[in-house]
Write a protein that binds this ligand. Structure first.
Ligand code: IPE
Ligand code: MG
Length: 261
């Protein structure tokens, strides 16, 4: 059938393009730390006509697994994703419950994933755990506990996370230490403050990527992305393709090269 033939041709062209991009990207250093604002799950579900819009989140979860594989393939050592913001908690109860159920399931899955252990990926979760139900906290602790000794790759998931809240928490911490006489105002420089954030032992992201065409940071890693390259792509998160990922890396590499000149 003609449609099958055109599909075969377009698939072949896509794969050839993907291979070429992969080859190009491997010629130069890739960003060490990539952060992603995964956006557009529900719009994706509506666009492809899924009966339940919330199934978009399941597709989003599957995409994240793929993206982790791509990071391993090209050598991105640290991946940090924004999975659920403090604002997202205000969504309809049914959706929040659906997401919490997915998180509980997914963190258990991550903790058991053979690839995580084979590649020695350390999993960490940033955010205000007080806002999460016990089964999610337990699953997070399971994934973190099973991977805490690993040091080859880092996979960080921001859940119930807000950048301003993170900064405020750190400030409260510093004030308490100052009141206890443990901190002098002169000690408080960028390095000192960075150590008080969830990302204390991580370098800042080199590249921050957001899907779905929205060009906002939406309270993600406000302190940490001061100098990061930003890359926005129109596709919805579950529709994010390997070529989109590779293009983002290539764009980062091209910008780095320009600064170097
Ligand atoms: C991103 O997709 C996932 C979460 C924020 C939990 P959305 O749920 O924001 O989907 P859209 O942006 O409404 O399409
Ligand atoms: Mg959204």
């Amino acid at each position: 059938m003609p449609t099958d033939i055109s599909k075969i041709i377009s698939d072949a062209a896509y794969q050839a393009y993907e291979r070429r991009l992969l080859h190009q990207v491997k010629q130069a250093p890739v960003p060490h730390h990539v952060a992603i604002i995964m956006d557009g799950n529900r719009r994706f579900a509506r666009e492809i006509g899924l009966g339940n819009v919330l199934d978009g989140h399941v597709k989003g979860r599957d995409k994240l697994e793929e993206v982790l594989e791509w990071c391993l393939e090209v050598g991105v050592r640290i991946l940090t994703v924004f999975a659920f913001s403090t604002e997202n908690i205000r969504r309809a109860n049914e959706e929040v419950q659906h997401l919490m159920h997915l998180f509980a399931e997914n963190f258990r899955r991550v903790g058991d994933d053979e690839r995580v252990h084979r590649h020695k990926i350390r999993v960490s979760v940033f955010g205000n755990r007080e806002l999460l139900p016990p089964e999610v906290i337990e699953a997070i602790e399971y994934a973190e506990g099973r991977t805490e000794q690993y040091d080859q790759y880092r996979f960080n998931v921001a859940v119930a996370y807000g950048g301003r809240e993170e900064i405020l928490r750190a400030i409260r911490d510093v004030v308490l230490d100052a009141q206890a006489g443990k901190v002098d105002p002169d000690d408080v420089d960028e390095k000192f403050f960075s150590k008080r954030l969830y990302t204390a032992d991580l370098p800042d992201p080199d590249l921050v990527l957001r899907t779905s065409g929205e060009e906002r940071i939406s309270n993600f890693l406000l302190w940490q992305l001061a100098y990061s390259e930003l890359y926005f792509v129109d596709v919805y998160w579950p529709g994010f393709r390997k070529i989109d990922f590779l293009r983002a890396l290539r764009s980062y590499q091209m910008r780095q090269r320009r600064y170097g000149e």
